[in-house]
Design a protein around this ligand. Structure first.
Ligand code: PMH
Length: 375
């Protein structure tokens, strides 16, 4: 796909890295376990259609999203692939979902009673969500679970296709809460009069570091498909290497020599204490380069240089060791020569998790996809 844009700021998405991460997982799993590619939130900010295509090519057989709109967007590009909405869908979406063969998450009997279905059409497929400890959506007691199971079975136009749960602490070293959730899930599953086609529970941390019996019929591969570890703890436990797919680049659009005592940016918070070359790059907080990233290093000519002063809405300034030319590449996330700035480094800097970083790079930054180091 060709992306047209004029501003030289873009996120580069290495689809080969995504494919390789999926291929590695496929090799790691038993052959009967399906890979659900979690491509919600525009594929964690990487571009949903391109990531889905790469994941499918590498072996994923199901796409998982969070919302009806995300599912519909993907359905336009992939007429046949199985799509599951993990989060809430309103009853008004039920008929569209049935017509478009999009699977919904059923999480209460009340939710079922609010579905708007025309029973003459193709059945609406649902997966029951069991809340074993996330406290988000899902049934919490066995009686609720069995009532929901029976209601689905007795409602024309509905078909139970799966049952699942989600773990809250799979990425932590202390597994006591995880074990509680796992035990609860197993108790619920045992109560099923008839097992539906897909039982699933594992997110990345679970599938890569816990017992393989937790893989069940499918695993939901999110963060490590993008080449990121679910937590610093899991990073030390990964059974295969993963490759970060996301990088962020811009270039110098202005270079000037600041004299001693001259300042840069809103609030004039940076003042040169010696003659200093300053470069301007066209990326700012409206692109997701939030102001908390002031002081973060970027790469120019393979060297780390800091963002100086306050980050503006559309631009920011960096200190340069010498007078680089306009057009010189600036890498905010990614590699140059022997240096690398990782998403994890940004996450540490802004005191958040790596998941959040590509998601907060806003839609104004074009996602440029490439494979085999070409784009
Ligand atoms: N399944 C469900 C239900 C999820 O909510 C998520 C991620 C995944 C699978 C994939 O997890 P992974 O990326 O760790 O593999 N959901 C979220 C979330 O709601 N906030 O951060 C991650």
């Amino acid at each position: 796909m060709t992306t047209h844009f004029y501003r030289p700021t873009r996120a580069l998405i290495n689809l080969e890295a995504i494919k390789e991460n999926v291929r590695q997982l496929k090799e790691y799993l038993q052959p009967n376990v399906q890979i659900m590619a979690v491509v919600k939130a525009n594929a964690y900010g990487h571009g949903d259609v391109e990531v889905a295509e790469a994941a499918i090519e590498a072996g994923a057989t199901i796409l998982a999203v969070a919302t009806p709109d995300e599912a519909l967007h993907l359905r336009n590009f992939f007429p046949n692939i199985e799509i599951l909405i993990l989060g809430y869908s309103p009853g008004s979406f039920a008929q569209v979902a049935a017509n478009k063969n999009i699977t919904l998450t059923a999480f209460s009997t009340e939710w079922i009673s609010n579905l708007n279905l025309d029973y003459n059409n193709a059945p609406l497929k649902v997966h029951i969500k069991i809340d074993t400890g996330m406290g988000r959506i899902g049934v919490t007691t066995i009686s609720e679970f069995l009532s929901l199971y029976e209601l689905i079975g007795s409602t024309d136009g509905l078909m139970l296709d799966g049952v699942f749960t989600h773990f809250a602490t799979a990425d932590e070293e202390d597994d006591s809460y995880f074990v509680k959730q796992e035990t609860k899930f197993k108790e619920f599953i045992q109560m099923l009069p008839k097992k539906p086609r897909l039982v699933h529970a594992a997110n990345t941390a679970t599938m890569l570091t816990k017992e393989t019996s937790l893989h069940y019929d499918a695993v939901r591969f999110g963060i490590s498909m993008y080449g990121l570890a679910p937590s610093p703890y899991i990073k030390t436990k990964l059974p295969f290497p993963i490759q970060q797919a996301f990088s962020l680049e811009s270039e110098l659009v202005a270079v000037k020599l600041l004299q001693k005592g001259e300042s840069v940016g809103y609030g004039a918070t940076f003042t040169a204490n010696e003659p200093t070359y300053v470069g301007t790059i066209p990326i700012g907080y409206a692109d997701g380069l939030i102001r908390k990233l002031a002081g973060q290093e970027v790469l120019v000519d393979g060297k780390r240089v800091p963002i100086i002063g306050r980050i503006c809405m559309d631009q920011c300034m960096i200190a340069l060791p010498t007078a680089y030319n306009i057009g010189e590449k600036v890498t905010l996330i990614g590699k140059q020569k022997d240096e690398e700035i990782t998403i994890d480094e940004w996450a540490t800097k802004v005191e958040t998790i790596n998941y959040e970083i590509p998601c907060i790079i806003t839609a104004r930054v074009p996602r440029v996809h490439f494979a085999n180091n070409k784009f």
